[in-house]
Write a protein that binds this ligand. Structure first.
Ligand SMILES: [Zn+2]
Length: 339
């Protein structure tokens, strides 16, 4: 393979990989309707087409000689060109489908597309369009994608939760040069040498590897083993679930399935509040809470529940005020005034 052919090849394979990656993360149809549009894959398509054209021209002019990617060698050439992108696609899909991200992306792209076609007006029922959407197979499919994404996130994240801290100031647990402690995984009593900077051993009860590390006046004890790992709903899991439920509520509302939309928004709010109780200062979560309350308010608004809608719009404004996120305040105030 000569230099020019190598460059020709690398450009084509990289553009294919970019396209494959986005295809895997967003789905093919949803790639075309992204809002805001994803520029990179389209750029990659243009660069790919351009490279093939320039390559053809250079070949005729004699400055590019294809030795490996030839018609005679078509089968191998295809493997070289399509192999890496295919691999990217498989790997990304394995990772993203497991975490539900790919499903969420597809459903969200579709929802935002329908919301953005100009038909959706906040506070007003989508008359014909809502009825069309209610029976539209792609919209029903999108609801399934949301459910799959939420299900994946509800499986939680494996975290090493087996950790404990001993304070060296605590002399009650100190005896004969050892701190009495417990295996963080199973609770079996263990001794940790007080003189140590760092030590490693095995719990005789559960077999976990136990490490102790002294930092300042504390000794941090961790266990690594079967019992030390637990699936927990991480803050990110809760945030993702809340986000997906919020988007699903919007889609249900556009399909005129108001009661389900209302339930969905309420459930979304529960997950936001749960995440917020772990991290009350997280601005991203506050923005999400405001958005979720807005969804709930708007659903109450179109359902005709004015008192609830007014109350929720006001909550939404109060949160935005408290975090200086007043970008959409005019919209909310306008809706509030129209009640
Ligand atoms: Zn143990």
């Amino acid at each position: 393979m000569n230099n020019n052919e190598l460059i020709f090849y690398l450009v084509l394979v990289s553009t294919n990989c970019v396209i494959a990656y986005h295809w895997a993360v967003y789905g093919f149809f949803e790639l075309a309707i992204q809002r805001p549009p994803k520029v990179l894959p389209f750029f990659a398509v243009l660069v790919g087409i351009g490279t093939v054209m320039v390559g053809g021209y250079m070949q005729r002019a004699g400055s590019l000689k294809l030795e490996v990617i030839t018609e005679k060698n078509m089968a191998m050439a295809l493997v070289y060109l399509l192999g890496p992108p295919l691999l990217v696609m498989i790997l990304v899909r394995l990772l993203h489908i497991k975490s539900g991200v790919a499903n969420y992306n597809r459903a969200r792209a579709a929802t935002q597309f329908w919301a953005g076609t100009g038909k959706l007006k906040f506070g007003q029922i989508l008359q014909e369009e809502g009825e069309v959407l209610r029976n539209f197979p792609r919209a029903i499919k999108a609801l399934e994608y949301f459910d799959k994404a939420i299900e994946s996130q509800k499986k939680g994240t494996v975290e090493n939760v087996a950790k404990s801290v001993i304070s060296t100031d605590d002399q009650e647990n100190y005896y004969d040069g050892y701190y009495n402690s417990r295996c963080p995984a199973c609770g079996f009593s263990i001794k940790i040498p007080g003189s140590t900077e760092g030590v490693e051993g095995q719990c005789t009860m559960c077999g976990s590897m136990v490490t102790a590390k002294r930092i300042g006046r504390n000794i941090y004890v961790s266990a690594f083993g079967k019992l030390s790992k637990r699936t927990v709903l991480s803050a990110q899991n809760k945030k993702n679930i809340a986000t997906a439920l919020g988007e699903k509520a919007l889609l249900l509302r556009m399909m005129n399935r108001f009661d389900e939309a209302e339930q969905c928004a309420a459930e979304s709010l529960k997950f936001v509040d749960d995440a917020l109780s772990d991290a009350p200062d997280d601005v991203g979560l506050c923005v999400l809470k405001s958005l979720t309350i807005f969804r709930a308010a708007e659903i109450a608004h179109v359902k005709g529940d004015k008192i609830k809608a007014r109350n929720l719009y006001q909550q939404c404004l109060a949160i935005d005020q408290s975090i200086d996120n007043t970008g959409d305040s005019n919209l909310v105030q306008g809706l509030l005034a129209s009640l």
